[in-house]
Design a protein around this ligand. Structure first.
Ligand SMILES: Nc1ncnc2c1ncn2[C@@H]1O[C@H](COP(=O)(O)OP(=O)(O)OP(=O)(O)O)[C@@H](O)[C@H]1O
Ligand SMILES: [Mg+2]
Length: 262
């Protein structure tokens, strides 16, 4: 594991009109870390991910990725640099098969652009082979080989979430942002997901930033946790200290189970 800084965020703020969704937001994540971001509904977690991935532009503050200022970069620029994300609301090509959903995400990143494909230029078959191999690797890792030919829309929710992760991996990221990957999963599926995240963290040497309401996921896999509440950082620390933090308990962990999972 390297000690180099992967992500450095300073003084980030996002306003939507009069609503301050996020303010004074800082975080530093070293390469290879697996960090959790928690907080009640509306705390600003997805806003952080939207800012880091370039979907939203901050009102103020800076974002550095591996030493490069990416504060105003677009999502496609960030993807090229190696920042990938999944969405809280699943975004798949519903009518396409599971395999094609992943292959479609691989194409722009494996030197097989549309024109090469259409014109069947030399190298096309070779990159097509690589795309096939790579998509099999992800399908296998994510336990999706059995359903690879199913249209994505036919899959149960838990498997659709895995396809989302496969599409994020396709950009060959070094930083992976996962927004509530366990949402809607049953306990067995959640247990499988924990193993999967651990495996891909190690196998691809990934830095992972994880938003999750499921405390079991957060507490078992994150080495460090940051807590947001109403757009502010409330606490940051290892799982044991976060679990014991009275402000966190009051703001978040103290919520009844049903609302914590809403
Ligand atoms: N595009 C937007 N336009 C206006 N307000 C927004 C927008 N996106 C988020 N907000 C507001 O910003 C605040 C933070 O929202 P955000 O989605 O980041 O919360 P969250 O922590 O991800 O919540 P949840 O746990 O429910 O997913 C909320 O008050 C929300 O209503
Ligand atoms: Mg959210």
């Amino acid at each position: 594991m390297s000690d180099s800084v992967c992500l450095a965020v300073n003084g980030l703020e996002k306003r939507f009109g009069g609503v301050v969704a996020l303010t004074d937001y800082d975080i530093e994540i070293r390469s290879g870390e697996l960090v959790g971001l928690i907080g009640p509904n509306g705390a600003g977690k997805t806003t952080v991910f939207n800012l880091l991935s370039g979907v939203l532009k901050p009102t103020r503050g800076t974002i550095f990725f591996k030493g490069q200022d990416i504060t105003r970069f677009r999502p496609d620029q960030n993807a090229v640099l190696g920042i990938a994300r999944t969405f809280q609301n699943i975004r798949l090509f519903n009518a396409l098969s599971v395999k094609d959903n992943i292959k479609a995400a691989l194409h722009p990143h494996m030197g097989c652009g549309l024109w090469k494909t259409v014109l069947n230029v030399p190298g096309y078959r070779r990159s097509e082979r690589r795309i096939e191999d790579k998509s099999r690797e992800f399908l296998d890792l994510l336990g999706l080989l059995e359903v690879e030919n199913e249209p994505a829309e036919n899959l149960p929710y838990g498997l659709q979430r895995r396809v989302e992760i496969g599409r994020a991996l396709a950009v060959n990221p070094s930083l992976l942002l996962l927004d509530e990957p366990a949402a809607g999963l049953n306990p067995n599926e959640t247990e499988d997901l924990i193993q999967t995240i651990r495996t891909l963290h190690q196998r691809y040497n990934l830095t992972i930033f994880l938003v999750e309401h499921d405390m079991r996921v957060i507490m078992t896999i994150c080495s460090r946790i940051q807590v947001l509440d109403m757009g502010h950082i409330l606490a940051e620390g290892d799982p044991v200290s976060i679990r014991k933090n009275s402000r966190v308990i009051a703001a978040y962990l103290g919520q009844p189970e049903s609302s914590a999972h809403a």
